[in-house]
Design a binder for this molecule. Sequence first.
Ligand code: SF4
Ligand code: SF4
Ligand code: FES
Length: 357
Amino acid sequence: MNEPETFEILVDGASITARAGETVLQAAARAGIEIPTLCHDDRLDPMGSCRMCLVEVAGSRRLQPACAWKAAAGMEVKCETERVARHRVHLLEMYLADHAAPATPEPLAPKNQVLQLAERYGATRRLPALEARREARADANPYVHFDPDQCILCARCVRYCDEVEAVSAITLAGRGAKTTIATAAQTQLLDTTCELCGGCIDTCPTGAMREKKPRSVVELAQPVKQVRTTCNFCGVGCQLDLHVADEKVVKVSAPPTGTTLNDGNLCVKGRFAYDFIHHEERLTKPLVRENGQLVETSWEIALKRAAEGLRGVEQRYGAQALGFVSSSRCTGEENYLVQKLARAAFGTNNCHQCAAT
Ligand code: SF4
Ligand code: SF4
Ligand code: FES
């Protein structure tokens, strides 16, 4: 018999609608019920390794992971029982024992979810710390820093690199308490297929994977505001959030997963190459040539000069002597306007854009 497309399940006594194929976590999230997670990322296949999302499922003797447990018609789930609460506190205490909080939290680092959950559920650091600390390895890449002391081995970074980036540059390496995140051949990241997309940093729930870049830039305790904008490195049009302090962009992040079409993903240019914005050699005013020299001018004069030049060629040699080449760094709308200018204002189809080749 075919499973219905939607059905009801009971979560903490409330009847909610689940869709066929959904996990308990997904159905609960759509109904606004929050179940704590650590190894879960909407973009990745469930791994069920961190055990943070364990809940009671009627008919099951053991607690079950909501992130991997499929919802079924009539299922009864309890997320806030005494047993679940005890489990959460004990689990978090074990994570805290193997988890060093950063001595000086970075101003722009994302929140450490282990510490946040420990505070929310009242877990304190009372278990003795594990002795087998994993060694930090120096890596010369310019953007990604890995601190094994803060890693909880949730493997989100590894799975992101594999499932979303399809690069598989990093892996879980070693055994037992020595398990850590490393490249397969224990080389540096730059010696692998790593594209320095920074997605492993973005998905990491603890800050063990973090950006090298803002550390030196943001010593100042400036308020940081976020500005949503469109990346101008290529025509794909990814949305990104600029973090602005003291009128300077000090970091770029992807908007949260599920809120924009790029779904929390960025490439190395969009995420890390924002220095050009404040580069001292960047052109900030239009230039025109006067007696062989480029001199600053107003937009009005620059555009008038360009229009006169184009009309001059058209009048002397005809519209087919003109060609319009736009850039893959423009938005789709800007490229549309360039071809409109070529066709409607000058009557030529000679227009091209480098991303079209
Ligand atoms: S930066 Fe991107 S490609 Fe490199 S290890 Fe991280 S997720 Fe993989
Ligand atoms: S570095 Fe972060 S994302 Fe990767 S396994 Fe450790 S805690 Fe998880
Ligand atoms: S979030 Fe479900 S086991 Fe980690």
